[in-house]
Design a protein around this ligand. Structure first.
Ligand code: GLC
Length: 410
């Protein structure tokens, strides 16, 4: 096995072992073929079998970034499959069914146009495609950039009903953070892990999953921080890839809206805003720290997030990774919960988003501590869906593809 110069506090041998096993997981989860329903070719990495067989939007963005370290052609093919999954109006789905339909037991839980027979959901996922394309797509592909631009325009048109620069989600899993306790107070009996979620999905289905219609009826929608961080990061990526300033202006508008509306002066956290009244959701989960990744957030705001939250041992400074919920919250649950996720354990994509910001602000030792703890957990336990922040015990799905993002951090 070759040795690779380590970046984190890992040995060269550890980094090489991590890379080799990441490549193995990505390869084992690779799927390609032609969809029976419409003859469309596909090539993507499924998150983990047997549980997650389909293509998820933000997972694929992460997979492409990981693939770019091993096989740039596969990274590009995965992103092109995402582009092919959408509609000409710019909509790109949260989940796409390529090689298999959603099983009949799971089908009612997917936010599709019809309960059976749809090829994709009608909902969104954190919009990271432009970020992934900048890392793994051919930079000068005008047609692809046009499609990504259409997607970002669709989001602005359809998902920002009050035109304040912040996108709304209509279902909790559109944030990628399905069962986060921050949604409990907002969605109540319709929380993602409760059986009544199918009623909320059915209600959204009747309203065409349209945030504009949902907001016009005064119904529940949420300006969720992580989705907006992903959106602003993508707008910035478009500005760099196209050299056009209007993308940077749009990114700055979203960053300003986050600062003006979602930043809570008392705690320094960025809070989701619920409904037309934009009621702040007062709970500390890692998405409240996600604006650290944005270039337009002032340094003092970022340092407060780092020093008062991310590096506070009572809150987010854990033995392994970054907990998905502040350890101080009563809802913090570090152990495996069969029915609910994002309620405490550490995920690799969280570190992937926040660690570069820590490095940039000069907290190099903390950044390396976080990366090393997760990398050692992955070496010991395999690439798992998430890890116990107390001891790194691997939890939930095995061979979980986005956890290979660690190769991008070491
Ligand atoms: C879980 C995660 C979600 C992810 C999906 C597929 O539902 O909460 O973020 O996209 O699995 O991996």
């Amino acid at each position: 096995m070759s040795t690779v110069a380590p970046r984190a506090g890992l040995t060269g041998t550890e980094v090489a072992a991590l890379r080799s096993s990441a490549h193995g997981v990505l390869g084992a989860n690779w799927r390609e073929g032609v969809r029976h329903a419409d003859g469309l070719p596909y090539a993507y990495t499924c998150p983990s079998t047997p549980r997650y067989r389909h293509q998820w939007h933000w997972d694929s963005c992460f997979h492409a970034i990981a693939w770019s370290h091993f096989d740039p052609a596969r990274a590009e093919a995965e992103l092109r499959t995402l582009l092919a999954s959408g509609r000409p109006d710019g909509f790109l789905p949260h989940t796409v069914f390529w090689g298999a339909w959603a099983g009949w037991r799971r089908a009612p839980f997917y936010a599709t146009a019809r309960v059976l027979g749809s090829t994709h959901t009608e909902t969104i996922d954190p919009p990271l495609l432009a970020v992934a394309w900048e890392r793994a797509g051919p930079p000068g592909d005008a047609a692809a950039l046009g499609q990504i631009a259409a997607h970002l325009d669709w989001l602005a048109r359809e998902r920002d009903p009050d035109g304040d620069g912040l996108l709304s989600v209509v279902l909790p899993d559109e944030s990628g953070l399905d069962d986060s306790p921050k949604f409990d107070v907002v969605f109540g009996r319709y929380a993602h892990y409760k059986p009544s979620i199918v009623l909320l999905i059915e209600h959204c289905r009747r309203l065409g999953y349209s945030a504009r219609r949902i907001a016009a009826c005064g119904e529940l929608h949420l300006e969720e921080v992580l989705v907006n961080v992903a959106y602003a990061l993508s707008l910035h990526a478009m500005a760099r890839m196209t050299g056009k300033d209007d993308w940077a202006v749009r990114a700055a508008a979203t960053e300003c809206a986050l600062l003006e509306r979602s930043l809570d002066p008392g705690t320094g956290l960025f809070l989701d805003l619920a409904g037309n009244a934009e009621v702040p959701v007062r709970l500390s989960t890692w998405s409240a720290l996600a604006p650290l990744a944005l270039p337009g957030i002032p340094e003092d705001v970022k340092r407060r997030l780092v020093e008062e939250h991310l590096l506070d041992p009572r809150r987010y400074r854990a033995c392994v990774g970054i907990p998905s919920v502040s350890m101080e919250e009563p809802s913090f649950t570090p152990h495996f919960d069969r029915w609910r996720c994002w309620r405490g354990p550490s995920w690799v994509n969280t570190a992937w988003l926040l660690v570069p910001a820590l490095r940039e602000l000069g907290y190099e030792a903390d950044a390396e501590r976080i990366v090393t703890s997760l990398a050692r957990a992955a070496l010991r336990e395999g690439f798992r869906e998430y890890y116990d922040p107390r001891d790194g015990a691997g939890q939930a799905a095995r061979g979980f593809a986005w956890s290979t993002l660690l190769v991008d951090l070491v």
